[in-house]
Design a protein. Structure first.
Length: 153
């Protein structure tokens, strides 16, 4: 799909204001309401817009601590990777999981209430994941930059 300036403006605005009405969005982008709605639906159909969600305040939701966890597996065979990935998706505290290049196999962002809560997640979930050889955890002291908006070019 070729994106033009209207599509990029729609995506930028919707990233910031997902609950904006179609009429407000159309006025802001300088399109008719029908053209705006047609373009938004096309962006959704193409998968550029995956969905809409409320952004919760992590601290007020009771999980204000971010822990970055590096996982090394025993082996890097396809079946082992698949088993780990299937299991890690079931841990609700894991917000993000990335297969990495470099010295460890996966990087996870885990959210917890405090260190005792992390100890629970660590002992009940992380060390029980299939084929885990090593777990290394680093607690974030403060969030300096956190953006939910992708650069739209």
């Amino acid at each position: 799909m070729q994106l033009d300036r209207f599509d990029r403006a729609l995506m930028q605005t919707l990233q910031r204001e997902g609950r904006i009405t179609n009429s407000e969005l159309a006025a802001r982008i300088n399109l008719s309401e029908s053209a705006c709605l047609r373009r938004v639906r096309a962006l959704e159909a193409e998968g550029l817009i995956e969905g809409y969600a409320a952004v919760l305040n992590q601290q007020k939701a009771g999980c204000g601590v971010n822990v970055f966890v590096s996982i090394t597996l025993e082996r890097q065979e396809r079946a082992d990777l698949a088993a780990f990935e299937q299991a890690v998706r079931k841990v609700p505290e894991v917000m993000e999981c990335y297969l990495m290049s470099g010295e460890y196999d996966y990087l996870l962002r885990v959210v917890v209430a405090d260190t005792a809560d992390f100890e629970r997640v660590h002992s009940r979930h992380l060390t029980s994941l299939p084929h885990v050889a090593r777990v290394h955890s680093s607690f974030a002291l403060r969030t300096v930059q956190k953006s939910r908006e992708l650069p739209v070019r």
